[in-house]
Design a protein around this ligand. Structure first.
Ligand code: PLP
Length: 459
């Protein structure tokens, strides 16, 4: 048998961007200055930035070359026709609209489908999805299977929709009040966990039974296809692109933030089958985003996206992508760091509530861990716990989130294995000092989305 070989990046470096190396004293001072909220840091103060995988990826030489050759015509540009062809092939849908990012596609589609009294059902609505739905006065409910709430239980498709709960919700509300079923693949807000084709087919059958629209939020459709090929029986011999095509053909509409699996820094897509819905979406697109053949993007953005949407299905790339995320997660787990298991496609989630069990929930153990990772290692990430999802009761007492997590999101093709090894090493310091670290209290918070701008002070 061949000896196990180290995981290597399937690319080499042609252009470099220097990183700033700072001292622990400097970082402690910067953290005090920004009120212990790393969202407020300048990127130059950060060594390894794991805040998000959205729009932070590196483009290939082919994408950059494509940008130089792109067509900047207002209408009917060559770059658009090329992108349209790629997305038609991928989705099997006849109507393709470009948008400047995912949430613009959401605003257009959910703005038309939503409104007071309407219900949206999803495996989990991503936060911009929920915000765009609730902004119309409609309601958005997340229906994960019960077992997916167990953070450490090893199941292949923890991102699935609970079909029987969805059926109950449809029957209880009346199908006429249900605006759509939205399948988010992979399930971003639920640990980047995948959704199976079997579950998507069941969602399709449910929508057929009640004559409902099935929307696929497929911004990580390539990553999801990787998990299907390797975990779902019957897909072993299909290519990732074939699996993605099969997946998206189950939907009536498709929304994508191309800042993820489009392998670009900006861009989005909206696709659908229905002619009448397309006419309405097109009108809104022209009013707010731009003409139908550029939708708020430049020709070079469209060109880069058309190339990215092919590159992302390269088996060597996808193997590296999923395995390198898993590499970080399994090395942390081996050290005794509690991580959400199995590791998802784009990020590793650490259970800060468990790691910092001496810090009470109302002193935000997740935010403390985020701050410690910055101070000790210059690593930036985000809290996904009571700072992000907490609420207050009538006595201003914190109603905590379900879990106190932090998310280490991995930008695509940006960091090498030695960067990731460095992140793993910083966790040794975290473990060494975990009994000395202190909680935080909120000194300022805005009324909405407080994690972006809240200020903290040590308890
Ligand atoms: C990022 C994301 C969006 C929103 O896309 P933007 O390009 O950030 O506007 C929507 N849905 C999911 C699942 C996402 O991850």
């Amino acid at each position: 048998m061949k000896k196990k070989r180290t995981l290597t990046e399937p690319f080499k470096i042609k252009m470099v961007e220097p990183l700033t190396i700072t001292t622990e004293e400097f970082r402690a001072k910067r953290l005090r200055e920004v009120g212990y909220n790393p969202f407020q840091l300048h990127s130059a103060d950060v060594f390894i930035d794991l805040l998000t995988d959205s729009g932070t990826g590196a483009m290939s030489d082919r994408q950059w070359a494509g940008m130089m050759m792109a067509d900047e015509s207002y209408a009917g540009a060559r770059s658009w026709l090329k992108l349209e062809e790629v997305v038609k092939e991928l989705t099997g849908m006849p109507h393709i609209l470009p948008t400047h990012q995912g949430r613009a596609a959401e605003r257009i589609l959910y703005g038309l489908l939503g409104g007071k009294g309407k219900l949206f059902i999803s495996n989990t609505h991503f936060d911009t999805t929920r915000a765009n739905i609730e902004f119309t006065g409609a309601e958005a409910i997340d229906l994960l299977p019960e077992e997916a709430h167990d953070l450490e239980r090893d199941l292949p498709f923890k991102g699935n929709l609970d079909i029987s709960k969805a059926r109950q919700a449809i029957v209880a509300r009346g199908a006429a009040n249900v605006a759509a079923v939205i399948m988010t693949i992979t399930n971003n807000s639920s640990g980047g966990q995948p959704v199976s084709i079997a579950n998507l087919r069941a969602a399709r059958a449910l929508c057929d039974e009640f004559k409902l629209l099935l929307v696929i939020d497929g911004c990580r459709v390539a990553e999801n296809s990787y998990f299907i090929k390797h975990r779902e029986p019957g897909f072993e011999n299909k290519t990732y692109e074939e699996i993605a095509r099969e997946t998206l053909r189950l939907g009536d509409a498709f929304i994508m933030s191309a800042k993820k699996d489009g392998l670009v820094n900006i861009g989005g897509l909206l696709a659908m089958k229905d002619d009448e819905l397309n006419r309405k979406c097109t009108n809104l697109l022209i009013i707010s985003e731009g003409f139908t053949t550029y939708g708020g993007l430049s020709g070079r953005d469209l060109e880069a996206m058309s190339i990215g949407l092919k590159e992302v299905f390269d088996p060597d790339y996808l193997h590296y992508r999923i395995k390198s995320t898993e590499y970080l997660g399994s090395h942390l787990k081996a050290k005794g760091i509690p991580v959400v298991w199995p590791i998802g496609g784009h990020a590793v989630y650490v259970d800060a509530g468990k790691l910092y069990s001496k810090i009470p929930t109302d002193q935000y153990p997740g935010q403390v861990l985020v701050c410690d990772l910055y101070t000790l290692g210059g690593i930036r990430c985000v809290e996904v716990g009571s700072v992000m999802f907490g609420a207050y009761d009538a006595n201003k007492k914190l109603i905590p989130a379900k879990h106190e997590l932090i998310r280490l999101a991995i930008p695509r093709r940006v960091y090498t294995q030695s960067h990731i090894d460095y992140v793993v090493d910083v966790f040794d310091d975290i473990l060494d000092r975990r009994d000395q670290t202190k909680g935080l209290r909120i000194s300022y918070e805005p009324p909405f989305l407080r994690h972006f701008t809240a200020q903290f002070e040590p308890v």
